[in-house]
Write a protein that binds this ligand. Structure first.
Ligand SMILES: Nc1ncnc2c1ncn2[C@@H]1O[C@H](COP(=O)(O)OP(=O)(O)OP(=O)(O)O)[C@@H](O)[C@H]1O
Length: 236
């Protein structure tokens, strides 16, 4: 069943149009990746879906509800939760406190204990460090915490912006394992990644964003074998 439909949106900043005629659809339970060079507009797309930026034209639908004119907090309440680039956590709060903030939305409040258990199960490192203050955690741990906090909000659609950025290879694998497990939980995932190979391997379908347009879309398997992708993104 279609969950999110983006229909022909243009989006950008002031007079600058970054995204041009973007159309995409995501089925419930799918893991989709969006790849593209620096500055292609990937973050702009996530910010447009989550209501931080309003599209200049086009429509965005969640199920049967048009959401592109709703304020960002309403879109979050409907279940679209974004983990922005750069591990944004509350640095002076403990792991536990950061997680509780994730569950402050009405839809997640009553399931707080259940969700904590799920997050600690998925990310045992957070359970071990429950009382540690955010800013004293390593970069990788902070990224896990940012993902854990988003999960506490019980997302229907989890949007992850470059979750592996700046992490050591071992931690990159850990982050991708976690995303894969989240995908198995019937949470729909929209993943923006520079790590094209890993992102595509994890996703059923991928979109390639180049200069504000989707230049390609297809099953990840198909795209990983495409000569342009191999040359431009996989260095083959
Ligand atoms: N607040 C802003 N005001 C004006 N231009 C912006 C703003 N934010 C981003 N841009 C521009 O929009 C374009 C797309 O940026 P965006 O962050 O969406 O790209 P990206 O694909 O996520 O890049 P990266 O992989 O480097 O994070 C860039 O040219 C960027 O300079």
């Amino acid at each position: 069943m279609k969950m999110l439909t983006v229909k022909g949106i243009d989006s950008g900043y002031g007079d600058i149009t970054v995204l041009k005629d973007i159309t995409l659809s995501i089925e419930e339970g799918e893991v989709i990746s969006i790849v593209g060079a620096n500055g292609a507009g990937k973050t702009t797309l996530l910010n447009t879906i989550s209501g931080i930026i309003r599209p200049k034209s086009g429509e965005i639908w969640l199920d049967n509800q048009r959401i592109d004119k709703l304020p960002a907090h309403k879109i979050t309440e409907l279940g679209i939760v974004q983990v922005p680039e750069g591990r944004r956590i509350f640095p002076l709060m403990t792991v536990y406190e950061n997680l509780l903030i994730g569950s402050s939305l009405p839809r997640a409040k009553s399931k707080r204990e259940e969700n904590l258990e799920y997050v600690f199960d998925l990310l045992p490192r957070l359970a071990e460090r429950k009382d540690q203050v955010g800013r004293t955690m390593s970069g990788g741990e902070q990224q896990m915490l940012a993902i854990g906090r988003a999960l506490m909000a019980m997302p229907r659609l989890l949007m992850l912006d470059e979750p592996s950025m700046g992490l050591s290879p071992l931690l990159v694998n850990t982050v991708f394992d976690v995303i894969s497990k989240i995908g198995e939980q019937n949470i729909t995932v929209l993943l923006v990644e520079q790590n094209v190979k890993k992102a595509m391997r994890l996703s059923q379908r991928s979109y390639v964003l180049e200069n504000g347009y989707f230049s390609m879309e297809g099953s990840s398997e198909e795209l990983l074998n495409n000569p342009h992708i191999k040359k431009a993104y996989l260095g083959l």
